[in-house]
Design a protein around this ligand. Structure first.
Ligand code: NAI
Length: 505
């Protein structure tokens, strides 16, 4: 299905943060755009705001003067909704209220031509439900942009039960023609991103609640080992705890209290206290003037290490071996079960069992578990945990080994799956479940998480690289440790594993 012709008129309703951004995107793509808001003067004000921003970009040499004037010539405020009658596509970005939006779409249906596409930018309402009262629900579709719309590449094209395939295909092609990265998503709670991202916040909140490490350490690990732009605490402080908590509660309720989406009491407490994050000056961190930002805990060691014994295939840890080789360490390789030995210490990647459990079950003393890194070849920090009774010398030797190759070590209380591994396993599990339920394809889920929330790798591609078997084992061990269905591995993981298939062939 081709994109809408750039001469087609696009109407945007709601001139708030999202509506103004979407109007700018459509105008920059060459469409005549009519922006309408029921607050008198709001549309003209929003257009003036776009003008100021783009003019600044021209001054700083980031935008050509003719692109600026072409965009501004395309933007017109509409004083009355009746002026939108000749639009080919209407994108609604008004207040997030089902009945108000339904009333608006009914009004549009009687106003616009029969082939005009009606799109909603809603982030939490069902497209099926929004379309229910229309005479022609087949022309209704979700067009979910991310904030700020001119910068964020992702657009979730959300298909309701009645949406016509040619309509959703046109919207997809149009978003692409506007320079965006569109994905298809079935209208289900949270669509792709707001569903699959839940564990990113939830697992850190749980680790904090269970005293596994402090905020700065967990954030530091997600950034420096996991490769995420921000850790969960700094990110939720930025989003606002009221907003993030409300999304979690709405997804939790929409999935009939599935414990996988259970909200966190410590986040609720922040909301109750009015500690909403940056916007209120305080969240997990203190943003008042002069406040000191806590740093991730880093262990020091004066132990000396010269020789490393590598036993068997290290699997995902293999890039660590290449890194050790670059640092003048004597390396002895022999058969075994994927372990590294340095002095008294035995290092292994976590498989989701407690270190103390593994010491007993695998008869390994001085076992030190390593957390996951996006790339062990370049990570600057790693989380480590060990069982009570591990010798201080072994801990010092493990820390010294990693320090020698430029990796800072953060200690984590013995806890299943540590921090990054547990988070990534749960992200992959949610992504796999979304695929299982036909919400979106594996390719679109991964694209959505990279383009919508800047993940360093799509959760399913990440599961492929760790090994679907290893991810399933981590989840099964988490489930066994907690005795909670929250950690149940998705059938999709087990199916891929049984069929010997990866998510991205
Ligand atoms: P906002 O509050 O900044 O703007 C909403 C605008 O709609 C206001 O200017 C208001 O005057 C106008 N409005 C309200 N009712 C109206 C009506 N009946 N007719 C015409 N105009 C009306 O809200 P924001 O943040 O721009 O969000 C708008 C929509 O976009 C919501 O559905 C929201 O869920 C969705 N969204 C928001 C994102 C965000 O990060 N803020 C991200 C993605 C989607």
């Amino acid at each position: 299905m081709p994109a809408l012709n750039s001469t087609a008129i696009v109407a945007v309703i709601g001139a708030g943060a999202m509506g103004a951004g979407i109007a700018q995107v459509a105008a920059q793509a060459g469409h005549p755009v009519k922006l309408y808001d029921n607050r008198p003067g709001a549309a003209a004000q929003a257009i003036a705001g776009i003008d100021r921003q783009l003019a600044r970009r021209v001054e700083s040499g980031k935008l050509a003067a003719n692109a600026y004037s072409a965009c501004m010539a395309n933007l017109q405020p509409a004083d009355a909704i009746a002026e939108l009658a000749d639009a080919s596509l209407v994108i609604e970005a008004i207040v997030e209220n089902l009945q108000v939006k339904r009333d608006l779409f009914r009004q549009l249906e009687s106003l616009c031509s029969s082939d005009c596409i009606l799109a909603s930018n809603t982030s939490s309402l069902s497209i099926t439900s929004l379309a229910a009262e229309l005479a022609h629900p087949e022309r209704m579709v979700g067009m979910h942009f991310f904030n700020p719309a001119p910068i964020m590449a992702l657009v979730e094209v959300v298909c309701g039960l009645a949406s016509d395939a040619s309509v959703t295909a046109t919207v997809h092609a149009t978003a692409r023609a506007w320079g965006k990265k569109p994905v298809f998503a079935r209208s289900t709670p949270g669509f792709i991103v707001n569903r699959v991202a839940r564990p990113f916040y939830a697992e850190s909140l749980r680790l904090l609640q269970e005293g596994v490490a402090d905020c700065a350490t967990l954030d530091g690990l997600l950034r420096e080992a996991g490769g995420f732009r921000m850790g969960a605490f700094e990110l939720t402080d930025l989003i606002g705890h009221d907003v993030n908590y409300a999304v979690t509660c709405s997804v939790f309720d929409a999935y009939y209290q599935d414990m996988r989406f259970q909200p966190s009491l410590i986040q609720k407490e922040l909301v109750d206290a009015g500690h909403l994050g940056r916007k209120s000056g305080r969240g997990f961190y203190d943003y008042s003037e002069g406040a000191e930002r806590p740093q991730a805990t880093t262990l020091n060691s004066s132990a000396s290490v010269e020789t490393v014994i590598v036993e068997g295939d290290l699997g995902p840890l293999a890039p660590l071996l290449a890194r050790l080789r670059q640092h003048d360490l004597a390396i002895i390789q022999r058969d075994g079960q994927g372990l590294l030995r340095v002095g008294d210490a035995v290092l292994a990647m976590s498989d989701g069992r407690l270190a103390s459990q593994r010491v007993r079950e695998d008869a390994l003393s001085n076992l030190i578990l390593l957390d996951l890194a996006l790339d062990y070849g370049s990570a600057t920090r790693l989380g480590l945990s060990w069982a009570a009774g591990t010798s201080q010398l072994a801990i010092d030797q493990a820390v010294a080994l990693l320090a020698r190759i430029g990796i800072a070590v953060s200690p984590l209380r013995d806890s299943p799956g540590l921090c990054v591994l547990r988070t990534v396993a749960m992200l992959a599990n949610e992504a796999a479940d979304a695929q299982l339920q036909g919400v979106a394809s594996a390719a679109d889920i991964d694209l959505a998480m990279c383009a919508g929330v800047n993940y360093p790798r799509g959760p399913l591609a990440w599961a492929d690289s760790i090994g679907i078997g290893a991810v399933t084992r981590v989840l099964a061990n988490l489930q066994a440790s907690y005795g909670e269905e929250r950690y149940r591995p998705s059938l999709q993981l087990r199916r891929q594993l049984a069929e010997g298939k990866t998510f991205h062939e």
